[in-house]
Design a binder for this molecule. Structure first.
Ligand SMILES: *Cc1c(COP(=O)(O)O)cnc(C)c1O
Ligand code: SF4
Length: 361
């Protein structure tokens, strides 16, 4: 979609476009608004509304501007526009396949590895990614954030074995600078917490959020690591590159966690362009997640064997610096399990432990 056309339709100026508050406030959530901006929508209105009632929609004007073709074969449409398949598979898959809800010592703090934990500090995102494995939280009622943090901080103060806290969500960068600053500061005040990590898709879906002020603030809380989620080379725009560069200039290493998504990035050409594109902006590919068997995500799932074959091809065709670890996440203590191309052994395991692996793969 043409940015100029979107600006005119939204009666906005170029400086509005560059303001993250404007982008956030003008997120498209309704069928009618999307139809008005795009001219057509790849979903029919009834499905769109039914899906959005279960799993809300929100798309920033910036992310809409990356659409090239208004069909679900377009990677931006596929990742952001509600689609019938999200509910048509019914309740066949669990809403919480990783059983995260069982690993929360206090609400919204997942502690499943001894030395690191993940704090979901909000359920709000700039764009609701249709493949999100935490989509079960979007429509749920939210309690007070202040209370949530209070109980998280109390837990973290006593959990001396934790040396790294991952601030995630939702998207933590939907919070205002001052709020984030306070939160990071109170984590920094705990002497056993050595490392902070932010997990955020903001550089991809609303890169204007990465302001100089934000970077100055984050810089004070180092060592801080930043993980984002580019899934397709079309997302590596000059704006996104600038956002990553600002973080890097503030001394914050930026890594990438992609999700392997059917029809979006499961072809060798696309994956290679994505990995090489990330290397060009100095963003290190960290994980490639096998798409979790979460309810509402079934249509995005590929099989593990083709994922392994894809990684085998990447190992041949790409620099080692571009190679992420391909992992499948599992419930309970096992956590993330790397899947290696070498694996004749694994392939045999998959056969002999079919029952175990069928659940996640
Ligand atoms: C993925 C994850 C982590 C971090 O794992 P790393 O392998 O260190 O990236 C921590 N806690 C939870 C709950 C996770 O899902
Ligand atoms: S930004 Fe992250 S948490 Fe939010 S919808 Fe996308 S994948 Fe899910």
């Amino acid at each position: 979609m043409n940015k100029k056309f979107l600006l005119a339709s939204l009666k906005a100026s170029a400086s509005d476009w560059n303001s993250w508050h404007w982008q956030f406030k003008n997120r498209v959530t309704k069928y009618a608004a999307l139809k008005r901006l795009l001219g057509s929508v790849p979903s029919d209105p009834t499905s769109f509304k039914k899906v959005a009632a279960a799993y809300p929609a929100a798309i920033t004007p910036y992310y809409l501007s990356l659409i090239r073709d208004i069909r679900f074969t377009d990677p931006i449409c596929a990742q952001s526009i509600p689609r019938r398949e999200e509910i048509s598979c019914g309740r066949r898959l669990p809403a919480d396949p990783l059983e995260e809800d069982l690993k929360m010592p206090v609400p919204k703090l997942i502690h499943r590895y001894p030395d690191r934990c993940l704090a979901m500090v909000t359920e709000i995102c700039a764009v609701y990614c249709r493949h999100c494995n935490r989509k079960r939280f979007w429509a749920a009622r939210r309690g007070s954030l202040k209370k949530r943090w209070q109980s998280m901080l109390e837990y973290l103060a006593t959990a001396r074995q934790i040396r790294e806290v991952i601030i995630s969500g939702g998207d933590p960068l939907t919070l205002e600078d001052a709020v984030l600053d306070k939160l990071l500061g109170s984590l920094r005040a705990l002497p056993h917490i050595e490392i902070l990590r932010i997990g955020s898709r903001i550089p991809v879906v609303m890169p204007m959020r990465i302001t100089r002020d934000l970077c100055r603030m984050l810089k004070r809380h180092r060592p801080l690591w930043f993980n984002t989620q580019f899934n397709h080379p079309a997302e590596i725009t000059p704006e996104a590159a600038r956002a990553c560069n600002r973080l890097q200039e503030a001394g914050i290493p930026v890594s990438n966690q992609s999700v392997l998504l059917k029809g979006v990035n499961d072809s060798p050409d696309i994956m290679k362009a994505l990995l090489n594109g990330l290397q060009k902006i100095s963003v290190r590919p960290y994980y490639l997640f096998h798409c979790d068997p979460a309810r509402g995500c079934e249509h995005f799932r590929t099989d593990v064997q083709s994922g392994i074959a894809l990684m085998e091809a990447m190992r041949q065709q790409c620099s080692g610096l571009c190679i992420p670890q391909y992992v499948v996440d599992t419930p309970g203590g096992a956590g993330k399990i790397p899947l290696y191309p070498l694996s004749r052994t694994l392939q045999n395991d998959l056969k002999t432990n079919k029952h175990f692996f069928d659940k996640f793969t």
